[in-house]
Design a protein around this ligand. Structure first.
Ligand SMILES: [Zn+2]
Length: 559
């Protein structure tokens, strides 16, 4: 049953890079951006794992696409190798409605299919028994959607480089990979491996994820074959086409030398070969706190693109101008002049998002909130200063709006990529660290959550299960307040004679978070409730609510 058509899902802001939040907000259409989107029929089909999707698992995608740059069109076929989870005689794949399907074949027969919005229901002529591997091929073509504002409103970017040569890129987080190739377009449906063959004019280079296996030139066209030997989110699969050259570097870990082959436009080779070395420091930082990089066999590379950048797995795209100070994002966010904001943010997603993926996009704070939080830890580590980490978080605080919960509804293809997912998400992690008040435990929570869920999926509940395992305390009340409600706890307080009075406002009934006050320069942990509590203190005491450690709003009242 389809639901009634709702208003078009708002162009919410598929903001991917941290500091993109500013430009993302600048680029927003008018109206209240902070309503949870209504469920549309298309998102009903794409957002949940209905019977025709849960009945099979994708093991391998073989993507073959020929690019017609002049006409901004694509012509290709994708072979999907799958394993049946139960007996099935039909299944759903997904491909944008606007692309044509020419035929679907299975064992040399053409299969019949029907289309409903972006869903394609394929009928097999007989039952495929549970546990079988089978493969079918979708032949398709068409003009894919353009990116209105990549990467937040994604699609194809058909651009020109400085020398007026074609330069093309694709980004599709939120929109889904189905806007350019057929697949099972659910966040948990990662193939075990993917081969990509991109055919482009032979004077250009097509750069994909993973390792380059082969280039075959045939007349005025060349086919670049790329391979990813690991599970990969569909939206992370991307291609960049331009006058690229490779910038080679190496990364040494445990006496093993790993190759890094970045790709930049030919005229930026020298600039990039010096600048991109900072990615190595970034990788070492993430490995220290969050476990091993998971894609050594697929490599790590940065690829220059005509938009800001995106966390495409093992092929992080970069468009911040090769400058810590003068890049587009660097200007609004110089990050203390020590690191390129795009490189640290998008590379960090190799951990948050690419390795540990939210099991539903409504839990995408696991990608973005943890990512922004990890940047505060980076500065804390880099400067060996807890205060610098707090300073970083404080600079983000005024972007929090507290209008909708960070986690919305599951199964509705709701990519919760609004500002609070980033900034408040980071502040929630910082607050939880303060509540737990034991850094050894806190950092082991983060590292174990990342390593135990590496190359896997997790949701908000999984995170708090890990917190419970490590602390013995049930912090679900904390999750309910901070992730499932938009309300920022308020500490109402006043001092009268020799007593300090305080209580919570704007909280869930079960919210029992402790809080630290600074009383005449000394930290004091209190356990506020909805009813006033008090403690004795000397007259004219200097008391501060430590809102640099806790995401709470101090409200001084006159009594
Ligand atoms: Zn991000």
């Amino acid at each position: 049953m389809y639901l009634k058509q709702g208003p078009i899902m708002k162009k919410i802001i598929f903001s991917l890079a941290l500091l993109t939040l500013l430009s993302c907000q600048e680029g927003r259409p008018h109206g209240n951006q902070y309503e949870l989107p209504e469920l549309t029929p298309n998102n009903y089909l794409i957002g949940n794992l209905n019977d025709n999707r849960s009945s099979y698992r994708v093991s391998f995608y073989d993507i073959n696409i020929d690019f017609d740059i002049e006409n901004k069109s694509i012509d290709g076929y994708v072979t999907i190798k799958a394993e049946s989870i139960r007996d099935l005689n039909q299944l759903q794949i997904d491909l944008a409605e606007k692309l044509n399907i020419n035929k679907i074949t299975y064992e040399n027969q053409e299969l019949s299919f029907s289309r409903e919005f972006d869903a394609v229901l394929i009928d097999f002529n007989y039952t495929i028994k549970k546990g079988n591997f089978f493969e079918f091929t979708v032949f398709y073509d068409g003009v894919p959607q353009n990116a209105d504002n990549p990467p937040w409103a994604g699609g194809f970017t058909w651009s020109k480089d400085k020398d007026e040569r074609d330069w093309i890129a694709i980004s599709c987080e939120g929109e889904g990979a189905r806007i350019w190739w057929p697949n099972k377009d659910h966040i948990t449906a990662e193939g075990d491996s993917v081969r990509m063959k991109y055919t482009v004019p032979s004077n250009m280079v097509a750069v994909g994820n993973g390792k380059l296996r082969n280039v075959i030139t045939n007349g005025d066209k060349s086919t670049y074959e790329w391979f990813v030997g690991n599970p990969i989110n569909n939206y992370n699969i991307s291609v960049q086409i331009g006058n690229y050259v490779a910038v080679q570097d190496t990364f040494i870990k445990d006496d093993t030398v790993h190759n890094m082959n970045h790709y930049v436009l030919d005229y930026n080779k020298e600039l990039a070969s010096n600048y991109f070395t900072q990615s190595k420091e970034v990788i070492r930082f993430y490995e220290k706190y969050f476990g091993d990089y998971q894609w050594y066999e697929d490599g790590y590379k940065l690829i220059e693109v005509p938009y800001l950048g995106m966390e495409h797995q093992s092929a992080v795209t970069y468009g911040n101008g090769f400058s810590i100070y003068n890049g587009i994002r660097s200007k609004s966010w110089p990050m203390y002049g020590v690191i390129d904001p795009l490189i640290i943010h998008e590379t960090g997603h190799e951990w948050f998002g690419n390795s540990v993926t939210a099991s539903d996009p409504t839990h995408i704070w696991i990608h973005e909130g943890l990512q922004v939080y990890s940047e505060a830890i980076y500065f804390e580590d880099k400067f060996d200063s807890y205060e610098v980490g707090i300073h970083y978080l404080n600079t983000l605080k005024n972007r929090i709006v507290n209008e909708i919960p960070i986690v919305g509804r599951e199964n509705e293809n709701h990519w919760a990529l609004h500002g609070d997912t980033y900034m408040k998400g980071a502040w929630i992690m910082h607050t939880l660290r303060s509540v737990i008040n034991n850094d050894k435990i806190w950092f082991s929570i983060l590292k174990e959550f990342m390593t135990e869920n590496a190359k896997g999926f997790a949701n908000t509940n999984d995170f708090f299960k890990k917190v419970y395992d490590k602390t013995g305390e049930d912090y679900w009340y904390f999750a309910q307040q901070y992730f499932y409600s938009p309300n920022q706890p308020e500490l109402e307080y006043y001092q009268s004679d020799e007593k300090f009075y305080y209580r919570w406002n704007n909280i869930n009934d079960n919210f029992i978070m402790p809080l630290d006050l600074l009383v005449n320069g000394k930290e004091l942990r209190v356990f506020p409730s909805k009813e006033y509590k008090s403690f004795k203190t000397s007259k004219h005491s200097q008391i501060e609510v430590m809102d640099w450690k806790f995401y709470v709003k101090p409200v001084l009242v006159n009594k």
